[in-house]
Design a protein around this ligand. Structure first.
Ligand code: COA
Length: 674
């Protein structure tokens, strides 16, 4: 069965869920080893006011955890990632204990003990004896299916698996297992809870090793079998084409050898081909190099290693898709955010092409008989969205930009995917319209992908072409009959805001804000940002001057006052509801951006121009002012857009653009000279 239908009973964007219970006030983590305290630290950072209990049977582990928390908080403050008072709050209200009776008021208990079924069962018994009947209980097992560890519980319906990845305080993904005894409400609540607290929950089927560890464990296991062809260092080097750190480097970091033996022994229930490599039993540390070091690998050795590593990666990926263990998009994305792959496994297949993948799989079948081979056509494994979730709500396609690691910044691929969804349903009579929103609670989108900007710097033609190419979604929306409504769930910046203003309607959360930070990068919003706002909401012209020239943010209320936003709401589910309603209101009433000249007020920009404490470039501000003026004076919207692209081209050739963009990418403050 298709994974999406099987696993996502309530929609793929977890924040659509109206939670059946509030955020927890007290949380317990059982097990103060490696990952337990890190899970606790993530929850305490996301919800600093809660009371956290860290439970272990070994006092030294609790002491170590306490010290680790202090170090994490200190580092975060030193790196200016956290304010001092927040760090203090995080470190307060933590109980380090060996006494289960203390956790009696916990709303959520996460077990993160050793992978041992009788031990886990004992823990659940102890937990169930003290907590309320409605407390949610989860296990962080990375391999044991839910029915095996929860089978002795009195109320297994409130239990499931929540599998974190290292380092759990920072790593985004959490596998959340849907199994037959768990209440739908409990799984839905956890799905919502993780997204609400900044994680990316991925719902996975209840099979041995779930989804992503099937990739990781077998990748490492086959790497060990490859030791008859090359050294650990050579194998790591070949793997580095695809991952940040090779399998042996990662195993060393995680003391992972016993884990692979354990998890692959479990997987042998599916066939002897999963047998763990015997060498794991006799090696503690591998002799390998730090990622990136130079290592010679003869071409023939490289070929054998590369084919085998790709073979096992593809075999597991095909199997996951064919058995509906996880959704294609989650598999591809999970490989990147959980396992450190530079591209998802399905991306690697796409880039190699069908013939090469077939060759690799044929060879893999000969070398490693028994392992899964693809069951469907090559193209069917590529038929998914890499950066979008697409949900259907009352006949409206709700598109969620899912790239939270970059605050949903818009890459070319995201643009192409949005366009492909709009095109696919633009003429479908069953679809009333579209909503575009962002994943998570922080951002609708933090703008266009700044990483791509350097390519166009200093080249007028390239910069103009780039702005035009990036406008395809907007130009398509200009000609649509079906409404597209932006649901602004957090910050809407730069290129993200330029998508929102081109939608036919906009609703927002009360705490959302809008900003054109481009001038702080020495550039301007080139995809209609200097043009569209003045034509659609002339009442806001003065505010738009400040936004574009000195990066002043606009809040939700201001957006409502000028008519840019039609409704402000308090929470995410209401936001989506309001956006879907707005799509319905706008049926048959979609208006294009007006032609004709528009009156704009005079500019009053301080000298030197400043955005907060940042001195801006006079030259860049000058180009912006001219672009806005000329755009407003243009007779048609199409001409005005061209003026905007021209402004983009001109500013891309300034020293200011070079300095601003380099400074962002080098994570420093820009220093504009003129
Ligand atoms: N393009 C590419 N990546 C972006 C991005 C963008 N527009 N905006 C944010 N990101 C990335 C960051 O580089 C960072 O990645 P990293 O973790 O690999 O370093 C990640 O998203 C998180 O952002 P970070 O800056 O660490 O978060 P923060 O809370 O400290 O700051 C912002 C948030 C929005 C103030 C800051 O990210 C920012 O200024 N972004 C650029 C906004 C902009 O100028 N947009 C207009 C471009 S058109």
């Amino acid at each position: 069965m298709d994974a999406e239908n099987k696993l996502y009973a309530s929609g793929r964007n977890p924040l659509f869920i109206k939670p059946s219970r509030p955020l927890p006030k007290e949380v317990a983590i059982i097990g103060a080893g490696t990952i337990g305290p890190d899970i606790g630290y993530y929850i305490k950072s996301a919800l600093p006011k809660i009371k956290l209990y860290l439970v272990d049977v070994v006092e030294a582990a609790l002491k170590n955890a306490e010290k680790r928390y202090e170090d994490y908080a200190k580092k975060a403050v030193e790196k200016r990632k956290m304010k001092e008072d927040k760090a203090k709050e995080i470190l307060q209200n933590i109980v380090y204990t060996m006494d289960y009776s203390q956790i009696r008021n916990c709303d959520l208990v996460i077990e993160a003990a050793t992978e041992n079924i009788p031990l886990k069962q004992k823990i659940f018994e102890a937990v169930e004896n003290v907590v309320r009947e409605d407390a949610v209980i989860t296990s962080n097992t990375s391999s044991i299916p839910a029915d095996r560890i929860f089978n002795k519980m009195k109320r297994p319906q409130r239990a499931t698996i929540t599998h974190f990845f290292a380092p759990a305080w920072r790593s985004l993904p959490v596998e959340l297992i849907r199994w037959e005894k768990a209440d739908k409400d409990v799984v839905d609540y956890l799905f919502w809870f993780f997204a609400q607290t900044g994680k990316v929950p991925i719902i996975t089927d209840n099979v041995l090793c779930f989804m992503l560890d099937r990739i990781f464990d077998n990748w490492c296991n086959d790497a060990a079998y490859l030791l008859s062809h090359g050294t650990a260092s050579q194998i790591d080097k070949v793997a580095e084409e695809f991952v940040g750190g090779g399998p042996f480097f990662v195993l060393n970091m995680a003391n992972g050898n016993p884990i692979i033996t354990e998890t692959n022994t479990l997987q042998m229930e599916e066939g002897a081909h999963y047998k763990p490599a015997p060498i794991f039993a006799s090696v503690e540390k591998w002799v390998t190099h730090r990622p990136g070091a130079k290592v010679e690998v003869p071409a023939n050795v490289k070929g054998v290693i590369r084919d085998r590593l790709l073979g096992i990666l593809f075999s597991q990926s095909f199997d996951i898709v064919d058995r509906g263990i996880g959704a294609k998009g989650d598999l591809n994305y999970g490989c990147q955010i959980a396992l450190g792959f530079k591209k998802g496994s399905l991306d690697i297949m796409r880039d190699l092409g069908e013939a090469e993948v077939n060759r690799i799989m044929k060879k893999f079948g000969e070398d490693r008989p028994g392992f899964p081979q693809p069951k469907a056509s090559f193209s069917s494994y590529q038929d998914f969205k890499r950066f979008l979730l697409v949900d259907d709500v009352d006949g409206v396609k709700v598109i969620t930009l899912r790239r939270p690691e970059a605050l949903n910044a818009i890459s070319d691929e995201i643009n192409n995917e949005i366009l492909s969804v709009l095109k696919a349903y633009a003429d479908d009579p069953a679809v009333k319209g579209f909503v575009i929103t962002g994943y998570g609670t922080r951002a609708f989108s933090a703008g266009a992908d700044i990483g791509k900007f350097p390519q166009t710097l200093g080249n007028k033609e390239a910069a103009k072409r780039y702005a035009r190419d990036c406008s395809q979604v907007q130009l398509f929306m200009d000609n649509m009959k079906k409404p597209v409504v932006a649901a602004i769930n957090g910050m809407a910046l730069g290129g993200g805001f330029e998508i929102a203003i081109r939608c036919h309607g906009m609703v927002a959360m009360k705490n959302a804000f809008f900003q054109f930070p481009e001038i702080t990068l020495g550039i301007l919003p080139g995809i209609g940002g200097c043009i569209v706002p003045y034509r659609k909401w002339p009442k806001g012209a003065k505010l738009f001057h400040d936004m574009i020239c000195v990066a002043k943010p606009m809040n939700g209320q201001e957006a409502l006052d000028i008519g840019m936003v039609s409704k402000l709401v308090d929470d995410y589910p209401t936001l989506i509801r309001a956006a879907v309603d707005e799509v319905k209101n706008l049926q048959g009433k979609v208006k294009g951006v007006p032609d004709g000249r528009v009156e704009i007020p005079e500019f009053s920009i301080p000298d030197p121009p400043m955005a907060g404490k940042q001195v801006l470039s006079r030259e860049a501000v000058g180009i912006i002012v001219n672009t806005i003026r000329d755009g407003a004076a243009a007779d048609t919207f199409a001409e005005a857009l061209e003026i905007g692209y021209r402004g983009n081209a001109e500013i891309a050739c300034t020293e200011a653009a070079k300095e601003g963009i380099s400074a962002f990418l080098e994570k420093r403050r820009p220093e504009f000279k003129k």
